[in-house]
Design a protein around this ligand. Structure first.
Ligand SMILES: Cc1cc2nc3c(=O)[nH]c(=O)nc-3n(C[C@H](O)[C@H](O)[C@H](O)COP(=O)(O)O)c2cc1C
Length: 239
């Protein structure tokens, strides 16, 4: 029974890309965070910390991320001279980790597949740059989520602190899902560090690795999209 419930829960979690504005109750959020603290970590170091924003603070962050996104469009499109002109300072990627780098050859097709699948689901044609930009921009609106979390990992314990941050994040997403609260990791927020530094005192040795939108799913059809989840790749045994 427990295993069936868990299987249902883990399959019910999915990345939601349109939220209702309804806030998450303080008690619900507290219960989600209370579950997340039970995630395992390397030597119990828990080498991560979070910033959580709601309300007016989140509105300011949304405005700052949207400004950064808009100012970086030339750079994203790799327009000639854009790199030299280096766009407006607010658009320059100043994240701790690169987000616009090339994917490894063997993984790129997976990323392309989910991207193509999502745009197809939304009826956005491959060449429709305007519609693609508008959809991408919604990431920086946090898809309308009422609560957003930023996850930072200790730079001296990388890669293990990043692994541990991920374990905590999945625990948190499942804890949320169990309470009807949907989520979407927002790796795109890692591109810019200055908006979050303007709002929170993050210790310098903690590096921004992802954002996470939390809230109640709207009935927008974007939320009907399902990414594929093929079986785990198992390397062949030598014996
Ligand atoms: C660390 C991380 C960062 C992600 N960043 C984004 C993002 O910026 N925008 C987005 O729409 N989805 C993002 N995703 C969601 C993935 O695309 C998604 O997890 C994957 O396609 C599988 O789909 P599912 O979460 O619905 O099962 C991210 C996922 C992870 C784990």
């Amino acid at each position: 029974m427990l295993a069936d419930d868990f299987a249902d829960l883990v399959r019910a979690r999915r990345s939601v890309r349109s939220f209702r504005p309804d806030p998450i109750g303080e008690d619900v959020l507290a219960a989600i965070f209370d579950d997340a603290r039970h995630a395992p970590s390397w030597s119990n170091t828990r080498g991560y910390c979070v910033a959580v924003a709601t309300g007016e603070q989140l509105d300011r962050l949304r405005a700052a991320y949207l400004a950064a996104f808009d100012a970086s469009l030339d750079l994203q499109h790799r327009r000639p001279g854009a790199l030299l002109k280096a766009v407006l300072p607010s658009g320059r990627p100043d994240g701790d980790f690169k987000t616009w780098g090339k994917y490894p050859e063997d993984l790129r097709p997976r990323s392309v597949k989910v991207g193509v699948g999502l745009y197809k689901h939304l009826g956005i044609a491959r060449g429709d740059r305007e519609a693609r930009d508008a959809q991408a921009r919604k990431n920086c609106e946090f898809f309308g989520a009422p609560t957003v979390l930023w996850l930072f990992v200790h730079e001296e314990l990388l890669p293990f602190s990043a692994q541990d941050g991920g374990l905590m994040l999945q625990t948190l997403m499942l804890a949320a899902q169990a309470r009807g609260v949907a989520s979407c990791p927002l790796g795109v927020l890692t591109t810019w560090r200055h908006p979050i530094d303007a709002e929170f005192e993050v210790p310098a040795h903690y590096k921004l690795i992802t954002g996470l939108a939390l809230g109640y799913a709207s009935d927008d059809s974007v939320n009907d999209f399902r990414a594929e989840h093929p079986p785990l790749v198992r390397v062949p045994s030598r014996r």
